[in-house]
Design a binder for this molecule. Structure first.
Ligand SMILES: *Cc1c(COP(=O)(O)O)cnc(C)c1O
Length: 400
């Protein structure tokens, strides 16, 4: 079958809940992917930062294959020999007391929401059903009904009601708004340290620290959704590390399993995760031996291959080089580490046509919102590969 036939088949039998670029990928390795016609592309999206370690990393593949021959799923009706190791290794690496394993990012966010609500009732003493959670405009935390209930994107919410109450939305990057929104019933403030889907939107310096301090002085939990910003993407293990903020609740996903099987998790103290007792919450695949084995190896690769440090160094290089490109279309470049948004001017005619032109040059990235091109290559990219990409980005930004 050729690409056209695959696309036709997908559009006929698959629901149209995405608008993908028309490249049909059948193979990948490191930063490179190959389509069904044998064309090679450099991946500059890394599955929204889920493949920070690079596609089909040999060590992670070997671990998965080995685990496949042993046991893949026990459910948590029984114990297995991988979840305890992931729990120990992840909590020691990230410096938290406990972890709760789920699969997708949205599930981990839901888990965090449940945890902080219950913490509010059982620990803080908020009256029944009165707990409030504060979130930010332009947030992206996933697609479940509770989560889209506090999205400010119309298309995420429209006709999915009735929506879930108990959320307050404040402007992003404004710590005074957080202070003003807190009441005695506030359980938590949940924030992306850099808004990814919001267009790699970096808040003002000091914002996270200010918000954290405000939370502390009001007995409100600070929840960081680092599903996209975490695990090295911004040049630190977590984006919150740039301001030395240690969130009470840390939500991780995506690169936690390096693009293999979905693994997400919530990390927090015993006081917070201790609100869950047997039967209160769970997931059939959460803590599965296959996923845990993948995550364990994915974290080892991240640390041992110094991908966090690489992201900081190469990210600076990429940003410097981008800023030298003289293009009539670019309003500004923003981001941290190997995570950069090219914000285009209104007159540029939208980011989609730039992403399509880049695809024709062999570089895959994806627009976010209408006017922003998001760059997020796997963190294992080399300087030479970045130069290769920069040549194409420069060409498209200058000639389109
Ligand atoms: C991707 C993402 C999610 C949702 O993760 P899924 O695995 O798609 O459910 C939540 N929060 C942030 C910040 C994300 O980038």
């Amino acid at each position: 079958m050729n690409a056209k036939q695959y696309i036709h088949m997908e559009d006929t039998f698959g629901a149209h809940n995405y608008h993908p670029l028309d490249v049909v990928i059948s193979k990948a390795k490191g930063v490179w992917v190959e389509d069904v016609d044998g064309n090679r592309y450099m991946d500059f999206l890394a599955a929204y930062s889920a493949v920070n370690q690079g596609h089909c990393h040999p060590r992670i593949m070997a671990a998965l294959k080995d685990q496949c021959d042993k046991v893949t799923l026990t459910s948590r009706a029984f114990r297995n020999d991988q979840w305890p190791l992931l729990a120990k290794e992840a909590t020691s690496l990230f410096e938290y007391e406990m972890m709760l394993p789920m699969n997708t990012g949205a599930e981990a966010v839901e888990t965090a929401l449940k945890a902080v609500r219950r913490w509010a009732y059982e620990v803080k003493g908020v009256p029944d059903d009165k707990a409030e959670i504060i979130v930010c405009e332009n947030n992206f935390h996933g697609r479940t009904i509770a989560i889209v209930s506090f999205s400010t994107s119309k298309s995420y919410r429209r006709d999915f009601g009735p929506l879930t109450p108990g959320f307050k939305i404040i402007p992003y990057g404004d710590s005074k708004a957080l202070k003003a929104a807190i009441t005695p019933n506030t359980a938590a403030f949940m924030v992306e340290p850099i808004q990814g889907e919001g267009g790699v939107d970096v808040p003002p310096e000091g914002y996270l620290k200010q918000c954290y301090d405000i939370c502390k002085s009001n007995n409100v939990l600070f929840v960081a959704d680092e599903i996209q910003s975490g695990l090295g993407r911004t040049g630190k293990m977590f984006a919150c590390d740039h301001e030395d903020v240690k969130p009470d609740v840390m939500v991780v996903g995506k690169a936690l399993s390096a693009g293999t099987v979905p693994v997400s998790g919530v990390l927090a103290s015993k006081e917070i995760l201790g609100v869950f007792k047997p039967g209160d919450h769970g997931s059939t695949y959460g803590g599965a031996p296959l996923g845990c084995r993948a995550a364990r190896e994915a974290l080892k690769v991240l640390v041992e291959e110094k991908l966090v440090e690489a992201s900081a160094e190469l990210g600076d290089y990429l940003m410097q080089r981008l800023k030298k490109i003289n293009s009539p279309h670019v309003d500004l470049y923003r981001g941290k580490g190997l995570w950069i948004g090219i914000v285009l001017k209104q007159s540029a005619g939208g980011a989609r046509r730039f992403c399509e032109a880049l695809m024709n040059e062999g570089l895959l990235c994806k627009e976010t919102h209408v006017h922003i091109i998001r760059l997020a290559p796997p963190l294992c990219i080399t300087k030479e590969e970045l130069d290769w990409a920069l040549e194409r980005i420069e060409k498209v930004l200058k000639t389109l």
